[in-house]
Design a protein around this ligand. Structure first.
Ligand SMILES: [Zn+2]
Length: 397
């Protein structure tokens, strides 16, 4: 039907136009017409709609070398908000960002239970608070992404969360029925890798991010997509065996990488050895500053075993960017150079190895960014955590 075709084409054009505005950060109508090859009339009509809807805003530039001051179009960051949730063991972090990915408000709720129905109740309560607070904005909360510290299947069913002992949980369905906002579930290491790609490494098409906290997870961003494997469970690098017949792991094998190179392996050892219940990063830092020989030796072993697994990852994926998420590495002097020195095989190649500058927040910020990407329906986002001035690009595909 003619009307159906026209409506469909209009929808496609709209998506192309939004994509270009997000990509450029700021763009004039004339340049939009050039880059999209759509007519000036089509651009004008679509832009008028988007302005009317409040999704974009006009800005008149102050300086222009040739004649008239151009009117630029950009995404309206305040038109709606994204909610990122990090569903970690013992605490749930909520961060709300604007449509440019900049965090507006954060809440952390300590939880004392791993009972699914109780956790679900807490999630519903908190989400409803955010929903009520931001319902007056043009689009309200545009989407919610929840980080799961475990296996999430391709159809977003929680297959297994070790620390909660959850199997086959339909959190997405349960929440969407209650909340009425689109919910997405994603593995926490994937979201950390997404944050690194969206906020810091705009040019790369091959980024790995290893999270080294309670276990080891590997998030992999390849050509704008997560590398997920057949079921969605790829990246369980912590269960790569690096020590045949080594320490017993909960997965059933012995000698898994995370028994030697996750932060929890250090915390567990020191807690038991020194009989301290709630060991903190600050305490470990104090010991290191005091020159505690045992703790220093533990850190050296941690770096050694970490390097062994990283060597294997590098040979497997030949990464462009490899990011390490670890507070212990951040606090231990010269840790990055020590790792680099261990990665001296003539075969393994990577371009950039670094420790994440944002630490544990990366997961929840990646969750916000992913909700924005789904809402705008663009292939990739380039955002900045620092508010940019108007001449700088805020978001590029
Ligand atoms: Zn294991």
């Amino acid at each position: 039907m003619v009307t159906g075709d026209a409506a469909y084409i209009k929808k496609i054009n709209r998506s192309i136009i939004i994509r270009e505005i997000v990509k450029e950060g700021m763009i004039s109508r004339a340049d939009l017409s050039k880059v999209t090859a759509l007519t000036r009339a089509t651009i004008s009509a679509q832009v008028a709609d988007l302005l009317e809807e409040g999704l974009i805003v006009e800005t008149q530039l102050e300086y222009n070398f040739v004649g008239r001051k151009p009117i630029m179009l950009s995404l309206n960051g305040q038109a709606g908000y994204a909610l990122g949730i990090d569903l970690d063991f013992e605490q749930i972090s909520f961060t709300l960002s604007n449509l440019l990915g900049q965090p507006i408000s954060s809440t952390i709720i300590e939880i004392k239970t791993n009972d699914y129905s109780e956790v679900l109740k807490i999630l519903i309560e908190q989400i409803n608070k955010f929903k009520a607070e931001y319902m007056d904005s043009r689009y309200g909360i545009v989407g919610i992404v929840i980080a799961i510290h475990g296996l999430v299947s391709i159809d977003e069913i929680i297959h297994y969360v070790p620390r909660f002992n959850w199997h086959g949980i339909y959190l997405k369905k349960d929440l969407e029925e209650e909340i009425g906002i689109k919910i997405y579930l994603e593995n926490n290491a994937n979201l950390s890798s997404f944050a690194q790609r969206v906020f810091f490494h705009h040019e790369t098409n091959n980024l790995l991010c290893a999270t080294l906290y309670s276990g080891i997870g590997l998030g992999m961003m390849m050509n704008y997509e997560f590398f997920r494997g057949h079921d969605g469970f790829a990246g369980e690098a912590g269960h790569m065996i690096i020590m045949p017949g080594g320490k017993q792991c909960n997965c059933g094998n012995k000698g898994c990488w995370e028994k030697y190179a996750s932060e929890s392996s250090i915390f567990e050892y020191l807690s038991e050895k020194r009989n301290i219940k709630n060991l903190t990063y600050e305490q470990i830092q104090r010991w290191l500053e005091e020159g505690d020989e045992e703790v220093t030796e533990l850190m050296e072993h941690f770096i050694y075993y970490l390097s062994i697994g990283l060597n294997n990852m590098i040979n497997m994926y030949n990464p462009d960017v490899l990011v390490l998420e670890s507070e212990l590495l951040r606090m231990y002097p010269d840790s990055l150079n020590k790792i680099r020195e261990n990665l001296n095989s003539s075969i393994s190649h990577y371009r950039e190895l670094l420790i994440s500058p944002i630490g544990k927040k990366s997961c929840v910020l990646g969750a916000c960014a992913l909700a924005i990407k789904h809402f705008l329906n663009v292939p990739m986002l380039n955002l900045s955590l620092v508010e940019q001035n108007q001449n700088n690009t805020n978001a590029i595909i």
